[in-house]
Design a protein around this ligand. Structure first.
Ligand SMILES: C[S@@+](CC[C@H](N)C(=O)[O-])C[C@H]1O[C@@H](n2cnc3c(N)ncnc32)[C@H](O)[C@@H]1O
Length: 264
C-alpha cells in the first residue's frame, strides 16, 4: 500500500515556526492583521479556482493524486462511514472518500470559498455523486460534536488563520474512535531544500503567470509553505488540540506530510 518513497521518515528536528505577533498573522512572508488574512486567502482562491486542478497536476507532476489516495487508504475508511472534508476545494479528495464509503455512507464537502466549492460540487455531480456541500470556515464548524468517523483537510490548514482552533474543531466533531487526516506541505529533507527552494521561488510563480495568469498567488503558495509548522510542531499542535495519538507519514522526502490524529 505504501511505496518506500512515500513513507520515508525524514524529519528535521527542533524547528518551529515563528510565533505570530499579537493580533498579526502571516500571509506568506507578510504580516497582516488577523482579521485580514481570510479576505486575502479568499482573493487567492477566487483567482486560481478556474485553473486550480491543472496547476496542481503541473506543479506536482500528478503526484498530488497519489498523496490524496494514500491519505484515504491510510485512514482505513470503510463503507457506511460518515466523512467530513474541510477546505475541500475542487473536491478530488471528497470524491475518493465517496468511493470508499459507498452508497450507505456520507461525505460532506466543505470550504470557505464559494468559487472553489462550486467547482467541487460540479466534479462530484459529474462523477455521479450527490453529496451535501457546506460553505463554512474550518475554525467554526456548523456540525454537532462526535458526528463524523473521519475528518480530513488537504492543503487547507496552511491557509487557515487560527490553526489551533481548526484542529480543535476537527477533534470535536469526530466520534470516539475516529481519525482526522491533515495532508499538507511540510519541511523537506534538508539536502533537497536548496533545489526545492529554487523550484518554489523560480518555477512556481512563472508557471502561475503563464497558466493561471496569476504570479502573486503562486508566490504566496511558496511563501506560505515556508511559514507552515514543520512535522513535529504540527504533531504537537494536534496533541494540544485534543488528539490522543498522532501518526506521521512523510511523503516525497517530507515536502508533503500526512498527520493522522486519533481520537479515542
Ligand atoms: C490549496 S486549496 C486545497 C483544496 C483541496 N483540499 C485540495 O487538496 O486540492 C486550499 C483550500 O482551503 C480553503 N480555505 C482557506 N481557508 C479556509 C478556512 N478558514 N476554512 C475552510 N476552508 C478554507 C480555500 O478556499 C481553498 O479551497
Amino acid at each position: 500500500m505504501c511505496p518506500k518513497f512515500f513513507a520515508d521518515s525524514i524529519l528535521r528536528r527542533g524547528e518551529s515556526s515563528p510565533t505570530p505577533m499579537r493580533d498579526r498573522t502571516d500571509f506568506g512572508y507578510e504580516q497582516v492583521e488577523v482579521g485580514d488574512k481570510a479576505r486575502r486567502v479568499r482573493r487567492v482562491f477566487d483567482s486560481v479556482a478556474g485553473k486550480y486542478d491543472l496547476m496542481n497536476d503541473l506543479m506536482s507532476a500528478g503526484f498530488h493524486r497519489l498523496w490524496k489516495r494514500f491519505t484515504v487508504e491510510a485512514t482505513r475508511t470503510r463503507p457506511g462511514m460518515r466523512v467530513l472534508d474541510l477546505a475541500g476545494g475542487t473536491g478530488d479528495l471528497a470524491l475518493l472518500f465517496a468511493e470508499c464509503v459507498g452508497r450507505d455512507g456520507e461525505v460532506v464537502l466543505t470550504d470557505i470559498n464559494g468559487t472553489m466549492l462550486a467547482a467541487g460540487r460540479d466534479r462530484l455531480i459529474n462523477a455521479g455523486r450527490l453529496v451535501p456541500v457546506v460553505q463554512c470556515d474550518a475554525e467554526k464548524l456548523p456540525f454537532p460534536d462526535a458526528h463524523f468517523d473521519r475528518v480530513s483537510i488537504a492543503f487547507g490548514l496552511r491557509n487557515v488563520t487560527n490553526k489551533e482552533r481548526a484542529l480543535g474543531e476537527m477533534c470535536r466533531v469526530l466520534e470516539p474512535g475516529g481519525i482526522a487526516a491533515v495532508l499538507e506541505f511540510s519541511r523537506i529533507w534538508a539536502p533537497l531544500a536548496p533545489a526545492y527552494d529554487w523550484y518554489s521561488f523560480n518555477v512556481l510563480p512563472r508557471l502561475g503567470r503563464v497558466v493561471a495568469n496569476d504570479e502573486a498567488s503562486y508566490r504566496y503558495l511558496a511563501e506560505s509553505i515556508r511559514m507552515h509548522p514543520d512535522q513535529e510542531t504540527l504533531a504537537a499542535m494536534m496533541e494540544r488540540a485534543g488528539f490522543d495519538r498522532v501518526e506521521l507519514f512523510n511523503l516525497a522526502a517530507g515536502a508533503v506530510a500526512l498527520h493522522l490524529g486519533y481520537h479515542y
